[in-house]
Design a protein around this ligand. Structure first.
Ligand SMILES: Nc1nc2c(ncn2[C@@H]2O[C@H](COP(=O)(O)OP(=O)(O)OP(=O)(O)O)[C@@H](O)[C@H]2O)c(=O)[nH]1
Ligand SMILES: [Mg+2]
Length: 252
């Protein structure tokens, strides 16, 4: 397997086709993508990556964070990428942005290009155009905000309309640390996820609970699919349950 170098920051941004509505976004995501993700997760061999980064990767995928404004998408990404929590006043994302991270999944370097979308309604048309290139979607609600939970069904409808049919999807109930403000029980999240047949877990960008696990689980699923390893059928929810139990850390 040839090993590619991970493009870094905004220069690596892959956008929907030129002239798409997303070109009107922040302008951060409108460039083409040398050596980056193909829809099946295979890196295009004929286009060398341009990078200052020393991180190499074997396969790359696009992951998109979606959900209502304020559920913690940006904080989740910052926690995963930098291991820090963005405390202080809430700065709502404008348009769409991305960060890259390379994970070692069973000896394979898997690069995730993670798109952080704006949850605000007025940016919806901007984000719609990005769905079709996404290999995985992390759909978040906020356990302290019932409306964000009630809106999950509408988000799923949107996802079915705009995303690839085989997109890897996971539901995350974020802010699990906020015990006193919690209004959505873990069981409610589990029930909804079961109803729609999507894997589920609770996370906390503040404490770091399950953040690494959420992205690793998605990366594992994508890697298994792209490497066509039917003999070792990977079950995302089973993996998540097992990992949560083995660390004993993650039930609130
Ligand atoms: N207690 C707690 N607060 C969180 C957590 N994650 C995010 N927050 C807070 O929730 C607010 C919104 O977080 P963001 O990550 O900016 O929300 P967002 O989903 O990116 O919002 P948009 O960009 O508008 O779509 C901020 O004030 C964060 O500090 C968490 O896990 N626990
Ligand atoms: Mg944001």
């Amino acid at each position: 397997m040839s090993r590619k170098k991970a493009a870094k920051g905004k220069a690596a941004a892959s956008s929907p086709s030129a002239g798409s509505p997303t070109g009107k976004g922040t302008g951060k995501a409108a460039r083409s993508s040398p050596g980056i993700v193909q829809m099946n997760g295979v890196v295009h061999p004929s286009r060398p990556s341009i990078s200052n980064s020393s991180e190499f990767y074997d396969i790359a995928f696009k992951v998109m964070l979606v959900g209502d404004s304020g559920v913690g998408k940006t904080c989740l990404l910052v926690r995963f990428k930098d291991g820090a929590f963005l405390a202080g006043s809430f700065i709502s994302t404008v348009g769409i942005d991305f960060r890259n991270k390379v994970l070692n999944i069973d000896g394979v370097k898997v690069k995730l290009q993670i798109w952080d979308t704006a949850g605000q309604e007025r940016f919806r048309s901007v984000t719609h155009a990005y769905y079709r290139d996404a290999n995985a979607l992390l759909l978040l609600y906020d356990v302290t905000n019932k409306t964000s939970f009630d809106n999950i069904q509408a988000w799923l409808t949107e996802i079915h309309e705009y995303a690839q049919q085989d997109v890897v999807l996971m539901l995350l109930g974020n802010k699990a640390d906020a015990t006193h403000d919690r209004v959505v029980k873990r069981e409610d999240g589990e029930r909804l996820a079961k109803e729609f047949g999507v894997p589920f877990m609770e996370t906390s960008a503040r404490s770091g609970l399950n953040v690494e696990l959420a992205f690793t689980a998605v990366a594992k699923e994508l890697k298994h699919r792209s490497m066509k390893e039917p003999s070792e059928k990977f079950q995302l929810q089973e993996y998540v349950n097992k990992e949560m139990k083995s660390t004993g850390c993650c039930r609130s």
